[in-house]
Design a protein around this ligand. Structure first.
Ligand code: 8X3
Length: 251
């Protein structure tokens, strides 16, 4: 049984990971910004017999993150798997017209939040000689697409940070994985378009998009691979998506 810390666990890929790791028999530390959602998910998973601790903070808030991780009781300190999932896209404007506020939110969450959590959790993994960091990157980190420059840049940063961490821990038993999903139907596009449901729905029209579960399956697989196997990077696309910008929609 592993202790798995998942950031952004109240929706989408994070929530799917929480449910899949719970089914796998692991114990969970769930992070999110919405205390009520965290409590509901905790109740749901505990009803199924999973031990769940919740930590309500925004990964952008380094002080709160530090207080929560440093404040873990001894029983919860041995984090085996860190799933750095918290992240978002905001806006789809050309780079010369985008919102600076949106950029800052993406950079602070997707890059700096992931770094904060890595910095807080990985030293304990090194000390214990055991651990796995699973970062949720994106196909968007492989190549920029129209209107996605800043989001794509944050996911390119996730790739560099994941590769860099893997190099830095190569002499230890700690493993590092970059999961790179393509189109996954969650509230990702609703968030990107600031609540515009119709525009969000059009993103997934004419294809069968991935689900959060499809990504969570790969996360659980990577975490349970034999110890000498490091799933370094996985690109997961819907069947009709070939790259970040090539999607063949069916009539
Ligand atoms: C999400 C995938 O292609 O919508 O990271 O940017 S994409």
């Amino acid at each position: 049984m592993k202790t798995v810390l998942i950031t952004g666990a109240t929706s989408g890929i994070g929530l799917a990971c929480a449910r899949r790791f719970a089914q796998n028999g692991d114990r969970l530390i769930l992070n999110g910004r919405n205390a009520q959602r965290l409590a509901d998910i905790q109740a749901e998973l505990q009803a199924g017999g999973t031990e769940v601790l919740t930590l309500c903070f925004d990964v952008r808030d380094r002080e709160a993150a530090t207080a929560c991780i440093r404040g873990l009781t001894r029983d919860w300190q041995g984090i085996d798997v860190l799933v750095n999932n918290a992240g978002l896209a905001l806006g789809l404007e050309p780079e010369y017209e985008g919102s600076e506020e949106d950029w800052e939110t993406m950079i602070d969450t997707n890059i700096k939040g992931l770094l904060t959590m890595t910095r807080l959790v990985v030293p304990g993994m090194i000390e214990r000689g055991r651990g796995h960091v699973i970062n949720v990157g994106s196909v968007a980190g492989d190549a920029a697409y129209a209107g996605g420059a800043v989001y794509c840049a944050t996911k390119a940063a996730v790739k560099a940070l994941t590769d860099g961490l893997r190099i830095d821990v190569a002499g230890t038993p700690v493993r590092v994985t970059n999961l790179k999903p393509g189109l996954v139907e969650t509230n990702f596009s609703r968030t990107r378009f600031h609540g515009d449901e119709d525009r969000a729905a059009r993103v997934y029209q004419g294809i069968t998009p991935l689900t959060g579960d499809d990504i969570a399956d790969v996360a659980v697989y990577a975490a349970n691979a034999p110890e000498h196997v490091q799933i370094a990077e996985v690109l997961i696309l819907a069947t009709h998506q070939a790259s970040a910008s090539l999607i063949v929609r069916q009539p």
